[in-house]
Design a protein around this ligand. Sequence first.
Ligand code: TRP
Length: 370
Amino acid sequence: MPEATMSAAGEPAASMPDGSLRASQLRSDAIEADLPKNPQRYRLLTGDRPTGKLHIGHYFGSIANRVRLQDAGVPAMLVIADYQVIYDRDGVGDIQENVFSGIADYLASGIDPSRTTIFTHSAVPALNQLLLPFLSLVTEPELHRNPTVKDELEHSGGRAMSGLMLTFPVHQAADILFCKANLVPVGKDQLPHIEVTRLIARRFDERYGRAVPETPVFPQADALLSPSPAILGLDGEKMSKSRRNTIEIGMSADETARLIKRAKTDSDRRITYDPQNRPEVSNLVLLTSLVSGQSPQAVAERIGDGGGGGLKKACTEALNDYFAPIRARRAELMADPGHLREVLHAGNERANEVAEATLDDVRTAMRMNY
Ligand code: TRP
């Protein structure tokens, strides 16, 4: 969710070795094929940093996919990663607003809290406690090698590396392993963190052993790299809040129209779908295609010689039609903060039960069950 770490399409993993990217992709493809047959084999965990409002890049890049997996019957947990907000900035920002508006976005988009547990880090002590044994399982050079951490440090405007910035991937391993998740839908930029998670699970087993002889305490988690459409911001750059080129899920139809009106296009009146040569025009075509169920080529053909104006009109209408029911539900949810709070509290309670059970296994394996 933060501009620095998440994009609709998932950033290319900065300097991930090709082989390991390919291996991750192969495992992900195999799982994608197995999912409809055996949804109960999987436990899914994923999450967002509540650093801002969720936008349509998040919707098409991850939220819609989460709803799809939930509806396929995969037991799922969704962490609102509030302790991840503070690794690259000096405060929590609009944390309350971001958390509750994010929950409203999830629910309005089809996340069902009776099937998907929504929780925040800060409410689950046993999850956070896993960080201690986990930190013993990684070395400082390993932490410094994480390409996504390096990349984020470079983009954080000359700040010094904080202790949390260096170690948050280990904390993210705790997010994944506290509920023994084996499936983590993410973009490619998160693959280094999944690798850390796998390493920690393996080393925990080797070094500290098991709670029961037959199975390791922690599973090997896999990334689910489902293809998601590469949506750009309205200026043709990566969609991110800091570039002010986003359309938030919760924006009104009028705001959406105003923003799309200002979007960049080009002077060729003939509309085509050509992401290589006409990235801005093609991005609007793609958006229209996603929300209308027509192929990008069919959308382009329908608009024909309508030019940028015709394209923007079609895009605005299609987008606003698609999001109208979601926005209506979202408005109702936002009008009932008590309900949103109840949803979060129930999720936190459930997450605490799960985390306590796992921490018990950890104490047993480590012979700290006095
Ligand atoms: N770091 C992730 C991001 O920036 C958010 C996140 C936090 C996450 N905890 C997670 C993702 C656990 C997957 C699993 O998008």
